[in-house]
Ligand binder design. Sequence first.
Ligand SMILES: [Zn+2]
Length: 446
Amino acid sequence: MIGKLIILWHYLRTKYRFRLMGRDRLKRWQLKRILRHLKAVRRLSPFYREHWGHSSLAEWERLPAIDKTLMMEHFDKLNTLGIRKDDAFRIALEAEHSRDFSPMIGNVTIGLSSGTSGNRGLFLVSARERLAWVGCVTAKVLPRSLFHRERIAFFLRANSNLYGSVDSGSLKFDFYDLLDPLEEHISKLNGSLPTLLVAPPSVLRFLADAKRSGRLQIAPLKIVSVAETLDPLDERYIREAFGQIVHQIYQCTEGFLASTCAHGTLHLNEDIVCIQKEYLDAKLRKFVPVITDFSRRAQPIVRYRLNDILTEAAAPCPCGSPFTAIERIEGRCDDMVYLRPSRRQGPLVPLFPDFLTRVVITSAPVVQQYRIVQHAPDKIDIFLLVEDAERQRVQEAVLLSLESLCRRMECALPFVRFRDYDHTPGAVKLRRVERRFALEADHQAV
Ligand SMILES: [Zn+2]
């Protein structure tokens, strides 16, 4: 009963509290919350206490930042519940292998982010934080008010009881395991007729095909893209197949960071996190988010530098929300493409993944799917799905467009190999632009 009230309180707060709040008032409200939160974190987390030293919290914006490596390295002393990394990992991995999806220590939920085995993030969510999260997510994501019956289809690589806790009363929650064959999901979906469909864009894209061919008969009230970046190519395809806006949730191990409003614009969730912008290119409005979550204490996230590239919207959203509007989540910093400079001397030239995306999409609108993999500064594979009759012409157009991008950026045209598109949605995360070589200091100085 208390649990339901906590959810309801957070639901109502998320829905109504910030509606008419101007940006200035929001920032003042946020600052108060942050300072209160940081005081508690300093008291409860030995790691942060040491990390911040004698810095004044009044100048919290300049506190030393952290990242995933540092967080995982100091996990035991960073979390405020005294939970050890080894124990949390063991329990989370066991749950993943048995796919029973309810890893807990006491009443603390343990989550495990995807990634290569040495590079996985752990997160802890207390019972109270879980209820607050449910209130906040339902307010931001449900197609109608909390009091309507909704049937939610959720496609995930790994479930967590964070999501299971949404399953109550009027919300019926069906979990679709991405490790199962996709064809099976179509008949299950036709049987359950979800009102809310939540899936990675590569899967939504597959479902869009099924919808177009008539095999999939669902008509959800709302479609939400999660877990992978939403490429403009997929956004258009899914929107046209289902005849509605494709919404997005930007949620990762580190927090629930952004979600779309009724207009389909992504807004930072500045009612629970503060996001500082570390600009990569101020003119292009591209930045790396440095996040401070002032709503979670179990595993405090303070001035955490995320490995993602976001583009701020050029104009405010017509919805009038005081929360920062985001034009696009572009992908990981690790997927920046680096090419050799055309003058032969000097450091490698960085290119945003988005530049490569546009090379393909704008030069050849008939491209149905693509992937770009960079293997070395002078070697790129471009995987294309196009009609056979178009292939030659499309490859030439893409190459021309890449040449002109290289001229503009003053870098040497890499050796390009065209290949057939081969990605199957499901177990493996789709990255449209991917860099597969590590950037070393000597690479940059070549
Ligand atoms: Zn908006």
